[in-house]
Design a protein around this ligand. Structure first.
Ligand code: IMP
Length: 338
């Protein structure tokens, strides 16, 4: 079997996603216990205990989720669709514990001023960062305010220099990979998440571009988070993995004797509420209890992976260079049998 380096994986003849690859432990691990492993990392000058960001979707991140993620050492980006943004700036108590908010292209200066005053990160939440208007907006915000800006999304690294030149501090990587995303079906656009992350990662490394990378969309389990970081992501953005938790906006629904919460794409009909072009689905996900439970499970998975791989820190995990490309049957063999 061939052991692939990141570079070789990037040159693989097919586009790859999380389930297509696996990480190969090749060293004797010196890690005594996974509790000794440090998953701390810096993201846009924030000290995070885990490099996890919640997606700015209306069924994922409102005020409660953002604050609880701050508590847990992660980052929540408040969505731009419901009334959360107004609420945040209406009362100085509410803004405490909020670290980042999302805005659209028509964001008013008055809102940006408040965001800057409170030292919050701005996420320009659009489907396509390879767009002159998005980059212009990013440039305007960076020229006028002392704030960090996240833009998105991109599927490949060919425009990374332009994005960094517009002043973006971080970029969301992933088009078509989100679990409620219908973009690829509706448009034929997008590549597998692992290939996307690697392509952008190598653009950054080869051109020495100063920008942080967020793997966004398609992450289903803690193992995918390990894979994203090992392929060069600085942080991962989660939608579905956090959807259905107590802290997400929206009601718990009882249906067929089970508890559920709504999860929907930002470009779904439910969000747009008009007959525009729809690129997102709407669904119910099982109610999961507190987000703390989910974050703890992710933390345990990541630590366990790092202990197999002899990595004591996230920085060491990013240097992993031993991957396998899985055949369909070796992928299936990895799954527990019923
Ligand atoms: P998930 O973690 O796989 O559920 O993916 C979440 C990501 O899907 C978000 O962070 C967005 O990048 C993306 N996304 C959210 N809403 C939509 C949509 O309506 N259409 C396409 N992509 C979406």
């Amino acid at each position: 079997m061939k052991i692939y380096s990141k570079q070789e994986l990037n040159n693989y003849f097919l586009s790859l996603t999380y389930d297509d690859i696996s990480i190969i432990p090749t060293e004797i691990s010196n890690v005594k216990s996974r509790t000794n492993i440090d998953t701390k990392s810096k993201f846009l000058d924030l000290e995070l205990s885990l490099p996890i960001i919640s997606s700015p979707m209306d069924t994922v991140t409102g005020i409660e989720m953002a604050k609880e993620l701050t508590n847990l050492g992660c980052l929540g980006i408040v969505n731009r669709f419901d009334s959360s943004l107004n609420e945040i700036f209406s009362n100085s108590k509410v803004v405490e514990g909020i670290k980042a908010v999302s805005v659209n292209l028509n964001v008013e200066d008055s809102l940006l001023e408040k965001i800057a005053e409170n030292n919050l990160i701005v996420c320009i939440d659009t489907a396509n960062a390879n767009n002159a208007f998005v980059l212009k907006k990013c440039e305007q915000i960076k020229n006028k305010y002392n704030v960090k800006v996240i833009v998105g999304n991109i599927a490949a690294g060919s425009t990374l220099r332009d994005i960094a030149n517009a002043g973006a501090d971080a970029v969301r990587i992933g088009i078509g990979g989100g679990s409620v995303c219908t973009t690829s079906i509706q448009t034929g656009i997008g590549i597998g998440q692992i290939s996307s992350i690697l392509d952008v990662y190598f653009a950054r490394e080869e051109q020495k571009i100063n920008i942080e990378l967020i793997a966004d969309g398609g992450i289903k389990n803690p193992g995918d988070i390990t894979k994203a970081i090992a392929c060069g992501a600085d942080a991962v953005m989660l939608g579905r993995m956090l959807a259905g938790t107590k802290e997400t906006p929206g009601e718990v629904i009882k249906y067929n004797d089970q508890l559920w919460k709504k999860y929907r794409g930002s470009a779904s009909f439910g969000v747009k509420m008009k007959s525009e072009f729809i690129e997102g689905e709407e669904t119910l996900v099982p109610y999961k209890g507190t987000v703390r439970n989910v974050i703890n499970t992710i933390s345990d998975g990541l630590r366990s992976a790092m202990s197999y791989l002899n990595c004591n820190s996230i920085e060491e995990l990013k240097k992993i260079n031993t991957f396998a490309v899985l055949s369909t049957s070796s992928y299936l063999e990895r799954l527990p049998r019923k």
